[in-house]
Design a protein around this ligand. Structure first.
Ligand code: IMP
Length: 233
């Protein structure tokens, strides 16, 4: 047990403890990636598995921004800690931005990634303009509502047929001019260097010091104390 002698000592000790940031995901891969990215900073990255189930939030926003903010702010409000969420998808110029925010549900609830790629190629049959982009928005919210937003875009073209075996989602039908291959032909490292998610996360890392200061301003003292050092009991 630690006895604290005075306020200054308490403050000094608290400053050395990490700020908890909850990722609004149960995905261990995503969590490991973000932990590694932010390992140099005093941030204790947790995910929903550390808390047990919380009521789901409906991703029914019209923009990636709206959905990312909904997930982050809901998680922060329910759990009482700052939370981070992302939303992403494929935006195809000739289809007026579709599948967009509906990327995960394009082709119906039971469709597989292969079904979604096939449906997209079908819609794009004979279409000359193949321009498309992946977009990603990351939202970091505190329980009282305010949030920080990071956005990134990755330009490319829709192929005529699926190419490559790696990755997920629309990777086999997305040709990256920067990589000179589809995302499904790229290694994770190659993809992360140019992808929407990789770029948005790189910006979060670049701004990590500022994010920490922002979190300290927006988490009132008593709540901050409650949110500090969650992994150090
Ligand atoms: P969410 O951001 O996890 O909701 O993802 C939305 C959907 O967009 C995914 O289910 C994929 O279909 C698609 N998507 C997002 N990012 C990528 C990517 O990097 N490659 C391929 N598909 C993606």
């Amino acid at each position: 047990m630690v006895f604290l002698r005075d306020e200054e000592e308490t403050r000094n000790l608290m400053e050395k403890l990490p700020v908890v940031l909850v990722l609004a995901t149960t995905n261990p891969g995503k969590t490991a990636e973000i932990r590694e990215l932010l390992e140099d900073f005093p941030i204790d990255i947790k995910n929903l598995n550390d808390f047990g189930p919380i009521p789901p939030v409906e991703e029914d926003g019209d923009t990636f921004d709206e959905n990312a903010y909904k997930k982050a702010s809901w998680t922060a409000r329910v759990l009482g800690y700052p939370a981070m969420a992302d939303d992403s998808g494929l935006v195809v110029e000739a289809l007026d931005g579709r599948p967009g925010v509906h990327s995960a549900r394009y082709g119906g609830e039971n469709a597989t990634d292969a079904d979604r790629c096939a449906k997209l190629l079908d819609e794009m049959k004979g279409v000359e303009n193949r321009a498309a982009a992946f977009e990603c928005v990351i939202s970091i919210a505190v329980p009282t509502g305010p949030a920080l937003t990071y956005e990134a875009r990755c330009e490319g073209r829709i192929t005529e047929e699926p190419v490559g075996e790696k990755g997920f989602g629309y990777d086999p039908v997305f040709y990256s001019p920067e990589l000179e291959k589809t995302f499904a032909q790229a290694t994770p490292r190659e993809k992360n260097a140019v992808s929407h998610r990789g770029k948005a996360l790189a910006e979060v890392k670049e701004e990590a010091e500022k994010i920490l200061q922002w979190l300290e301003i927006h988490m009132p003292e008593p709540e901050r104390a409650g949110c500090l050092g969650g992994g150090h009991k």
